[in-house]
Design a protein around this ligand. Structure first.
Ligand SMILES: NC(=O)c1ccc[n+]([C@@H]2O[C@H](COP(=O)([O-])OP(=O)(O)OC[C@H]3O[C@@H](n4cnc5c(N)ncnc54)[C@H](O)[C@@H]3O)[C@@H](O)[C@H]2O)c1
Length: 390
């Protein structure tokens, strides 16, 4: 297959691009490197020393023999260039990861809110519009988030894979009709709101233009490297640890490695869904190799392998490493405790063998963090974004 990976220099996109290339697919990366610019804006750098994208690609060519061309096209603003690329390359599939993905970053200021909406919504819309205008039948695979369902209390209900069976009253009030609707969304940040808007864009283009779309509602990713990024130091994946982009479990593992207390926001009763980066990569190739038929509704899959409370993760890492746990005020506007029961069967039925949190893998991440502890700027660990001004 020929696959364009938009956002192919990112935390998920880089290992996904290498994995697809290693599986013999013809991969093309689109990325403006805006994520690296955000690091410069925030005065922080990946804990792991990631190479320039050209160097990464040269290293992959040397290691694997495969070439991956790269185009610096801004999905949100360079529509004509995107369209020209699609017409020229005629990809079988486009993987869409080119979005601003940090909830705290999206809440930093009005400028960051507006940037996140402008970037994410336009990127998604431009891609869908360009696929239709190009006349090609590319399968669009997007990574969304389990966070679109919100982190409310749960209320004892099960989150399905995208669609909810409901009964609605008939117009005469005499009977009831069964329907399947998109599960209602309940975004908890501007970032999550853009992912909810993405869902509507997918729904519309699928209905109107018969676009084939898979939307993977992913949990929080943990881990750093995959089979491919381990092949050479120059292929190392990024490791975000700062208060904006660092994800909770990787932050705990890094904090333990550098002798910083584990920072739990609020009570730690928040439940989140998790997935290891190696499984992210595998899920993407499973979704690509099992595309929906033309005319099929948007395929929505929950891409997560387990759920945990934040405090339980902190206790687990503390028990392994002896790190202290520090409770801080929660900057987010969210329930102090929630459940997150969700169905996640489809990817397993396609062949995913889930990687679960286990000591060996957790230690591996701590090993990466220890190896690069000297690169950690501890002043960047606190989360400074606040959800509300009061
Ligand atoms: N990392 C996680 O834990 C996680 C969890 C759930 C969902 N996701 C989703 O997965 C996707 C990838 O996440 P990630 O962690 O790799 O993020 P990332 O920020 O590391 O990567 C995104 C990449 O897209 C590029 N990009 C952003 N806007 C662009 C634009 N307009 N044009 C071209 N390139 C652009 C960035 O430069 C970056 O390389 C995101 O959509 C994110 O919402 C990630």
């Amino acid at each position: 297959m020929k696959i364009i990976v938009c956002g192919g220099d990112g935390f998920c996109g880089w290992p996904i691009s290498l994995h697809l290339s290693a599986r013999g697919h013809e991969v093309v990366i689109v990325d403006t490197l805006v994520r690296r610019a955000a690091d410069r804006e925030l005065g922080v750098d990946s804990l792991t020393p990631i190479r320039a994208l050209d160097e990464r690609l040269a290293a992959w060519r040397a290691v694997s023999g495969w070439s991956i061309p790269w185009h610096a096209i801004d999905l949100a603003h360079a529509y004509d260039d995107l369209l020209a690329l699609l017409v020229r390359e005629r990809p079988d599939a486009v993987v869409h990861l080119a979005e601003q993905r940090a909830a705290p970053y999206s809440m930093k200021s009005p400028r960051h809110k507006r940037y996140t909406v402008d970037n994410n919504v336009n990127a998604t819309h431009n891609l869908l519009c360009a696929v239709v205008e190009s006349g090609i039948d590319s399968h669009v695979v997007h990574i969304g988030t389990m966070g679109v369902y919100g982190y409310g209390s749960g209320g004892g209900t099960m989150i399905p894979e995208g669609y909810l069976a409901v009964e609605v009253p008939t117009a005469d009030g005499q009977g009831r009709i069964e329907r399947e609707i998109l599960h209602p969304t309940d975004p908890g940040s501007i970032y999550h709101m853009t992912k909810c808007l993405d869902q509507q864009l997918f729904y519309y283009y699928n209905k109107n233009d018969k676009l084939r779309v898979t939307d993977l509602h992913q949990g929080v990713v943990w881990g750093t490297n995959t089979a491919e990024t381990r092949l050479d130091d120059r292929l190392i994946n990024r490791f975000d640890y700062d208060g904006d982009y660092g994800t909770v479990l990787n932050r705990f593992l890094m904090q333990a490695a550098v002798g910083h207390p584990l920072t739990v926001h609020g009570s730690g009763g928040q439940t989140r869904a998790f997935i290891h980066i190696q499984d992210t990569v595998r899920c993407l190739s499973l979704a690509l190799e099992n595309p929906p038929q033309r005319g099929e509704r948007v395929r929505i899959l929950n891409q997560m392998t387990e759920t945990h409370r934040v405090i339980d993760l902190a206790r687990m890492v503390s028990a392994m490493t002896g790190a202290d746990i520090q409770h801080l005020d929660n900057p987010r506007n969210e329930a102090s405790r929630n459940e997150l029961p969700a169905v996640a069967r489809s990817l397993i039925s396609l062949g995913l063998e889930p990687t679960h949190l286990q000591e060996g893998l957790l230690e591996e991440v701590i090993g990466v963090a220890r190896a690069y502890a000297h690169r950690c700027d501890k002043s960047r660990i606190p989360c400074t974004s606040k959800w509300t001004t009061s």
